[in-house]
Design a protein around this ligand. Sequence first.
Ligand code: NAP
Length: 323
Amino acid sequence: MIQKIKDKKMEKIIPFISTCDKESTNLWLEHLQAHISEYQIVLFENLTQEQKLSSQVAIVANPNPEDIAQLKNLKWVQSLWAGVEKLLQELPQSSFKIVRMTDPQLAKTMAESVLTWSLYLHKNMPLYLKQQKQKVWKQHIETLPEEKNILVLGLGKLGLESVKKLKENDFSVSGWARSKKKIEGISTYYGSEGLQESLKKADIVVCLLPLTKETKNLLNKEKLDLLHNKASIINFARGAIVDYEYLLEKLGKKELSHAILDVFDTEPLPSSSLIWENEDITVLPHISAPTNMKTASKIASKNIYEYFEKGIIPISVDTKKGY
Ligand code: NAP
């Protein structure tokens, strides 16, 4: 009897649509199948026409929009990434819901990265790196963490965990979001006036906003000019939120101290980009919070079981807000 129920479930197909390289796609497939053992996870290219038409849920990782369009009866897709701006842009009028990856492990990993690179700046590492290249032995006065104001833009899943981690490490922390927030020990701001006020006081600005119509080029000339000339920027969100051209200009004029950039408009960052050569910029290859295959598969699995067993579609992206 139990075997019969299991066999029935195995008839249920969950398409996996991925344009990741073959190795990552296969690894994802292994992890997903291990966690979603009662349903069959099938790569898009191996689906029959009938399976394409009967699929209600698909798991996606940088999917081809033309592939998704062939699944005409989809109710929702589970994205394996936290940022879904590309999906929203490529599938503007989709009839199905988009569920992004919200994984507490991802938030934890991001908070660790935010702390690591904030400490890197706080401990003057960019300066000591320059000194080493010039064989200069010079000590600089280190300020206390509480004297450093770190402003986190975006207080969602990743931002919230990050402000808490920074606070635990004694930094003076502020945060900015779209809506008003109350977080113990953190100065919070919202709205455009709040942004201006908070930028003026910031020593380090950490960007953890989603890329939307409103946040595109948010940190433009006008906003970057509000920062004092010893301030630094960490962008762990999306390249298009910050005007990198103007950032380079400001760094060149010593009107900003340093930038740690993990995300770019074009990735990989082209070898011709001036950003590579700038010693006031630390380039990271989009590694501040990689999705963990094990924990993310577990979350996708929970969402899929809840849908098939209880009819619950997880909280999906608000297409109007864009996140
Ligand atoms: P989230 O939970 O959706 O939170 C988004 C936050 O941004 C919310 O606090 C929201 O304000 C705020 N926000 C959105 N639009 C705003 C606006 N116009 N003005 C002011 N605040 C605004 O997102 P998340 O999970 O924290 O992820 C954030 C982003 O990180 C993702 O979208 C992705 O692009 C990026 N990411 C990067 C990596 C990496 O490895 N580099 C990894 C994962 C994610 P409210 O709270 O008021 O709604």
